[in-house]
Design a protein around this ligand. Structure first.
Ligand SMILES: Nc1ncnc2c1ncn2[C@@H]1O[C@H](COP(=O)(O)OP(=O)(O)OP(=O)(O)O)[C@@H](O)[C@H]1O
Ligand SMILES: [Mg+2]
Length: 211
């Protein structure tokens, strides 16, 4: 794919409930792209390494408490912290494979009862992905995944609400839903095809902004 050099990078996001395989798939995709000599970088949100990320980590591991509004804004700020760097990378031709983004933030906070429009407002102006892949899994399949239930949000009733919110946010123009209840390598193949197609088509399209 050497003809891709010189173009801007594509901004690709993987979304889905907890334990649907986002992190493992994102990292595998980056490795495959690099093997094909395509520049790619893995990023994830929340990014627990930043100062703001440390506060989020305390909350997720149930040590600290915040209001629902407060933690929502922290998650959003965590994305704003990385915007300049992401824009620079994309413009220099690096493809970003991003593990969760604003859609997780809005889906989770609105599933807790916050107004969806209120949740979207501070995300407005963040970079808009070229492709969002939503990994879907039935509740039964989800409960069988290793580690499910370890963190604050990993309760089936809550995850069901998150799925409903994702459906409300879905935009067919740049979203693809993929059934994740299949062997890992099979999913990787499907995702890789989608990713490569997006990278090839991104051309000189200007970077978009969210909402
Ligand atoms: N297709 C698959 N079939 C069976 N198990 C899988 C599949 N994909 C991932 N897993 C397993 O499910 C678990 C969760 O995977 P992973 O951490 O990638 O999910 P995640 O969506 O990033 O989760 P989280 O939202 O908690 O960060 C891991 O143990 C992983 O090995
Ligand atoms: Mg993960």
């Amino acid at each position: 794919m050497s003809e891709l050099n010189g173009k801007r990078g594509a901004f690709i996001v993987l979304e889905g409930c907890d334990r649907t395989g986002k992190t493992t798939q994102c990292k595998t995709l980056v490795t495959k792209l690099e093997q094909a000599n395509v520049q790619a970088r893995y990023m994830n949100f929340p990014d627990r390494s930043t100062q703001c990320g440390q506060l989020i980590n305390g909350y997720l591991t149930r040590k600290d408490d915040f209001t629902d509004e407060g933690i929502h804004l922290l998650f959003t700020l965590n994305r704003w912290e990385r915007m300049k760097e992401m824009e620079k990378l994309l413009k220099s031709g690096v493809n970003l494979i991003v593990d969760r983004y604003s859609y997780s933030g809005v889906a989770f906070s609105s599933a807790k009862g916050l107004d969806m429009e209120w949740c979207k407002a501070p995300e407005s102006g963040l970079l808009k992905p070229d492709l969002v892949i939503l990994l879907t899994l039935s509740m039964d399949a989800l409960a069988k995944r290793i580690g499910f239930g370890d963190e604050r949000y990993e309760v089936p009733t809550f995850q069901r609400k998150v799925v409903e919110r994702y459906k409300m946010l879905m935009d067919d123009q740049y979203w693809k839903a993929i059934d994740a209840d299949r062997p890992f390598d099979h999913i990787t193949e499907i995702l890789y095809d989608e990713v490569v197609r997006t990278i090839e088509n991104v051309g000189d399209k200007p970077l978009g902004k969210l909402w």
